[in-house]
Structures are given as C-alpha cells and as structure tokens.
Design a protein around this ligand. Sequence first.
Ligand code: NAD
Length: 471
Amino acid sequence: MSHIQSIDPATGAVVWEGAAAGRAEVDAALRRARRAFPGWAALAVEDRVAAVQRFKAVLEARKEQIAAIISRETGKPRWEGLAELGSMIGKVGISITAQAERAGERRSDMPFGAAVLRHRPHGVMAVLGPFNFPGHLPNGHIVPALLAGNTVVFKPSEMTPATGAAMAEAWAEAGLPEGVFQCIQGARETGEALVSGAIDGLLFTGSAGAGAHFRHLFADRPDVILALELGGNNPLVAWDGDVEEAAAIVVQSAFVTTGQRCSCARRLIVPDTAFGNDLVEAVAHLSGRLLIGAWDETPEPYIGPLISSGAAAKARAQFEVLVERGARVVEPFGSVEDRSAAFVRPAMLDVTGVSVPDEEIFAPVLQVCRVADFDAAMAAANDTRFGLSAGLVSADDGLWQRFVLESRAGVVNRNRPTTGAAGSMPFGGLGESGNHRPSAYYAADYCAYPMASFEASDASGNMGALDGKLR
Ligand code: NAD
C-alpha cells in the first residue's frame, strides 16, 4: 500500500501522512455511496438543506483551525486561509439559493392537470480537487452536489490531504447518513481508480492536461456528467488611467497566491507608448515591494511560497524557455534569500515580438506584450486556446464595450483584478479552460438533470383525443 504525505512548503515539515487508497478501497467507497444514494435522493430538500447548514456551523466553529491547516499545507498567508474558509462558509447559503432558483421544482396548471419541472440528482459523484484552493474549490462542487441529492466520493489533491481530512471531519460532525459523503486519500493512481469506477459524474477542478485526459476518457460515457474547471493563460489589457492604480491591479492579478490562481493574469498587454513603459516600470517596482514570507509570520506577507520546491523548479524551467526564445527579462525569476526553494520572487518578461508557447505558468511570472493599437490588443488577448479570465484597465466606456463584445473568456473584469470572482456568479471558462459547465452559482445546473412531466391525477379524458379518428 502506498503512502502520501504533504509538506509545509515554507519549512519542509511534514503536515500529514497516511495510506493512499487502492482500487479495492475506492470501489468499496463507491459501493457505499451507491447504497446511500436512493435514501439521500428521496429526502425532502429541506432535510438536505438542514444537513449542509450543520456543516456550515461546524466550519464556523472551526474556522481558525481549518484555515491554519490550509495555510500551512499550501503556504498561503493566514489572511488568505481565512478568506478561503469564509468562501467555504458563504458557499452554503449561496448554494441553497442557487439550488432553489436554478434547480428547484416548478408547477404550472394545464387543462388536464399540471406540467411539472423537477431536477433529479445524477447518482454517485466523484470530486477531484486541486491544491491551490484545497477547501473552497472542491467544496464548491460538494455542497451543490449533496444538496441536489447526489452522494459524493472526494479525493483531495495529494499535495493537500490534511485539508481534505479536515473537511471530512466537518461533514462527519454534520451527521450525514453513512456513505453520503466520503473522502479517500491518494495521488493520481487513486484518482484513476475513482474515475474508472462506477460513477455518474466527475466534478473536476485542476489542470488543463488532466481535463483533456478526462474528455477523452469519458468520450463514450454520455451517462457520466463531466464538469471541468481548468487552467488559463489569462490576458490583462492595461490601456489608460492612473499608472499607480493600474499597477496595483496588475500586481494583484498576476501575483496574488504567488500566481497560483487559475484566474491570475499571465499576460499583460499594454500600448507601445509612454503609458505602457511607465506601467511596466511601476509593476516591476511595486512587485519588488511585496512582503513575502511564511503563512504565520508578522507582519503578514502578501504572498507565501509556491506549493513545493518542485513547482518552483518547473516554473523556473518554463521561464528559461521563454528567455531562450528571445524574451527580455524585466524582473528575474529569483529565489528568496534564507528561505526554502519553494519561495520565489515575482518575475516579468517582455515577450513582444517573440513566439511563446500558449501554456499556463502556475507561478508569479508575468509576460508583457506591447501592441500598437486596441485592435492588436484584442487580437493578442484572444490569441490563446484557453478562455478563463480576462481584464481591461481603462476609463474608456467604448473600449470596455468592445472588450465585452470581443473577449473570449468566462470571467471578464474592468478596472478590477482578473482574479475577482464571486460565488453568487457563475465561474467557468471557454476553450481548454473548461467544458461549458460553469461552476460557482451555476454548479446547481450540473449537479442535477431536468425532468419534465405532464401529469393528470387519473387517466380520464384521453379517449377524447381519438374522437372521430377511429374506424
Ligand atoms: P491537477 O490536474 O494536477 O490535479 C487535480 C486533481 O486531479 C488532483 O486531485 C490529482 O490527484 C487529480 N488527477 C490529476 N491527474 C489525474 C488523472 N489522470 N486521473 C485521475 N486523477 C488525476 O491540478 P493541480 O496542480 O492540483 O491544480 C492546479 C491547476 O488547477 C492549475 O492548472 C489551475 O489553473 C487549475 N485550477 C482551475 C480552477 C478553475 O476553477 N478553473 C481553479 C483552481 C485551479
């Protein structure tokens, strides 16, 4: 039996270790989930609402404790761990509203009786989570899936098993019936056993590579609902305005969570003018002032380390490929003195006129592209196989109208960071960023299928339709 362990990336200390579930255990979990499904699905929605409310109460009571686990395991500063817990708690109320609004029951009177729209759960849902929001993002699948009446088998990222274990404890304390929510630990092999098992849905947030793999894997399984929330190579067009304010938007977009948000800006598109030059300089200056440190340090850092030294090495290699291709270094990909190898400094490259790969660099690396006019800016922004987030910094309403019309992305912000998102709105991307099953508020849509019914209380009146048409 293989083991996994998670490591505090700031100190190298082991945070969690334990056995990885093998195929037999995964299948046993799926059988328990299958057995639990009919009873859970048959409950009145109010009973499931009460269960997720109990879960919310547990999260509220343990907010500090679980936020500290998230911060320690991912390296994100305490303020961010607490914000993530806040999102998880907020998700419950939002999901209850979304379930009622988008997936509730509607009845209209008909001459024969009624037309009724219901939403029915799919069955057993597998949830695979990423490491960067190890609580909030899987929670964004789990809460709506349970509310809709599905049962869930959740595998957290192998980088963040302690967070998964803390979530499982919270659900256990909420007192769900046996088999309704289960957490299994493990790395890719465990995930593979889960997705090849008897599931009715895969709710996945993670890398585009894994998402593409799942699209192929389930090509001949139309019975399995597939919701994919993947990465991006997100553009931020900064066109005019106050240079300092614009730089603050760029820095937050590109470097928050040490660049480990799917919605982070990866590409900064600026006019080839004095404004563009000043902005690049201001971004470099501001990013050099960001406090970097371990999650529990005082004063609180803005960013912590990357998830691992391996992630830092991978991002450094991607940075070097760009340099080899001709990109000019604005800010180097630097390590941080007296810190573990997972700590890196925000880096910037000017890739104007350089052919660069359309890949996500999941780290604080920003690529600057200077363009002659707004047509070229729009073309550059959309020149990607992804389509998750995009942003415009401009006070010009006309440019914003164009940006909204022409942007190919699911989250399109103006004068706000590209990472700005809310549970009360849909969240999802186009192209290689997803599969048109947006999450957040719209998760209710993929957690249940609509069932249309025409209903009469007895069979009378049906012969009338054949009147005069019979031999
Ligand atoms: P990842 O794809 O490596 O792993 C995610 C989960 O899937 C893990 O639990 C992993 O064990 C499992 N997994 C990976 N490959 C698998 C396979 N072939 N079979 C079965 N299970 C498999 O992602 P990550 O590195 O943890 O997360 C970072 C990525 O997630 C980034 O690309 C980021 O952009 C993306 N992301 C997207 C969103 C979004 O909402 N669109 C949000 C956060 C992160």
